[in-house]
Design a binder for this molecule. Structure first.
Ligand code: NAP
Ligand code: MG
Length: 510
């Protein structure tokens, strides 16, 4: 494990030296409470910045600003101009990728290289993808004549309208990507937003909103409030003028949001937890699959919703394959995200680390063997070693419950009993992602069809791209992000039925 002094640039240093407020109605404002929140660097535990926490009044002002913008200037801006604004935002994020990555690494702990590549290879193309959509949002004309109506001609068409004011509530595990995932489709659809980042990671989100301001979005279109979920998040969810909640986070909070939203039937989309399978058959390229299995689980220190946390290995290769995964995992370099040699950063907080340790301790008490890792590392920051648990049974807590930390549960399966394998794979409450590693084409397609999840990879885990729908089945969520379905989630359809009245043309009159 290494700890290095963060090598941050001057602009980032100056950003950190200021207290950051809220962005409401096109202005940066202090919060209506005197409450301040400290932002910690999870690699050291040190405070790196201070932000203002929003009051209920701030939330109300932000939602009302979003409402005014929705009904005012933003509704008058053409589709082409919306696309151009999004392109401008993408260009600014590309320009400032290094600064954003520094903030993200400071507040989240992920390796700087991972943050940079996420920004450049995912966030920027994702916004550009949605920047192309506004000019292609069209309704239909329907070749129908209502059978019950008076005779004559009808024109029936549909309009695709923005769903309205969106409250976007975001987790801490990939702050930049999570912001962009909400901003781009909502703005492409013509919605306005109030964004609430996780209280643990408000900094990169603040910078992205500064860039949206620089891009030139009209006032009130993008608003930012900061603070804890229980108060600020809940105030947003309850606000009667919010039309839709776009939430990414835990299944537990997702359910609480649905209960709240039931009061006035707000639209809700949910991207929640996962317990994704990584399934290896004897005919797979094992040299490629073993490091891929480790990284599918340990990238983002296991704090990724689509992490491949359940490793299913065919019986004949189980011992050999698991040994390879353990060897690779034990050599992963845990450290400060600013150290270029680091492959795995810290967990987000001391609380998250205790939670992870709890899962491992309970697994041990059930007789599960920890083949590598299984403990906190170092005396500063919140590091936890990549942990491989072997001989896990599919019905244990470790195989059923999302840990959201670097803990893999390895399980054995009988190659000749595919039905039992499918039952084990589908036995959790989640259904987000998964991958099957095999050279057998028929088997790959068969399993892809039978795995109950929103996405399945073959010989690759979690192949995400802006065009490809992403989301969960079962308790992993409602709806899909990315692609055209991700845009649909921010649109509503209106059908207009026009009865054409007046005298028929002379020819028709005979
Ligand atoms: P979380 O506790 O559910 O928090 C997510 C967001 O909701 C945070 O901004 C949080 O605010 C806020 N929040 C908490 N309680 C709230 C309430 N009662 N009302 C409104 N908002 C509330 O999740 P987390 O612990 O930050 O993130 C980890 C979870 O996210 C994991 O389960 C993971 O699988 C899931 N996740 C899913 C995806 C996906 O795409 N499917 C992606 C990433 C993460 P504060 O944190 O500031 O209190
Ligand atoms: Mg939480």
């Amino acid at each position: 494990m290494t700890a290095t002094a963060p090598s941050i640039s001057d602009p980032t240093r100056s950003f950190l030296s200021r207290e950051h407020g809220l962005f409401i109605d096109g202005r940066w404002v202090g919060a209506g409470t005197s409450k301040r929140l400290s932002v910690l660097n999870p690699a050291t535990g040190d405070t790196v910045a201070i932000i203002h926490e929003a009051s209920a009044t701030d939330v109300d002002r932000a939602v009302k600003a979003a409402r005014r913008a929705l009904e005012g200037e933003w509704s008058q801006i053409g589709a082409q101009a919306r696309g151009e604004l999004l392109h401008r935002l993408a260009n600014l994020i590309e320009r400032d990728a290094q600064r954003l990555a520094e903030l993200e690494t400071l507040e989240n702990g992920m390796p700087l290289s991972l943050s940079l590549s996420t920004l450049r290879s995912f966030c920027v193309p994702f916004i550009r993808y949605y920047a192309g959509w506004p000019t292609k949002i069209v309704g239909d004309t329907l070749p129908v004549r209502p059978s019950w109506g008076p005779p004559g001609d009808w024109l029936i068409y549909t309009l695709r309208e923005p769903i309205g004011v969106v409250a976007a509530i975001i987790p801490w595990n990939a702050p930049c990507a999570m912001m962009v995932l909400k901003l781009a489709p909502a703005l492409a659809a013509g919605c306005t937003l109030v964004l609430k980042p996780a209280e643990l990671t408000p900094l990169a989100a603040t910078r992205i909103v500064q860039l949206a301001e620089e891009a030139g979005f009209p006032r009130g279109v993008v608003n930012l409030v900061q603070g804890v979920g229980e108060s600020v998040g809940r105030a947003l969810v309850r606000h009667p003028e919010v039309n839709k909640i776009a939430f990414t986070g835990s299944t537990e909070v997702g359910k609480a949001i649905v209960r709240e939203a039931a009061n006035d039937l707000k639209r809700v989309t949910l991207e929640l937890g996962g317990k994704s399978p990584f399934v290896v058959f004897p005919d797979a390229d094992l040299d490629e699959a073993a490091p891929a299995a480790a990284m599918a689980c340990f990238m983002f220190a296991g704090q990724a919703c689509m992490a491949g946390t359940r490793l299913f290995v065919a019986d004949p290769i189980y011992d050999r394959f698991v040994a390879k995964v353990v060897d690779f995992s034990a050599q992963l370099k845990l450290g400060d995200g600013f150290d270029p040699l680091t492959t795995i950063g810290p967990l987000i907080s001391a609380a998250q680390r205790s939670r992870v340790q709890g899962f491992v301790d309970r697994a041990k008490r059930q007789g599960i063997t920890v083949a590598c890792g299984g403990s906190a590392v170092g005396d500063q920051g919140f590091f936890y070693s990549p942990t491989v648990c072997v001989g896990v049974e599919p019905d244990t807590e470790l195989a059923q419950t999302e840990v959201f930390g670097p803990v893999m549960a390895a399980m054995r399966f009988d190659t000749d009993d595919e039905a039992a394998l499918v039952r084990a794979i589908n036995s959790t409450p989640y259904g987000l992602a998964g991958s099957v590693w095999t050279q057998n084409l028929s088997r790959a397609h068969r399993l892809a069809a039978r795995i109950d999840s929103g996405q399945v990879g073959v010989n690759f885990h979690a192949a995400i791209s802006p065009e490809t729908p992403f989301g969960g089945n079962k308790q992993s969520g409602w709806g899909r992000e990315y692609g055209s379905e991700g845009l649909d989630a921010y649109l509503k359809t209106k059908a207009v039925s026009v009865r054409i009245v007046g005298p028929a043309p002379a020819a028709a009159r005979g």
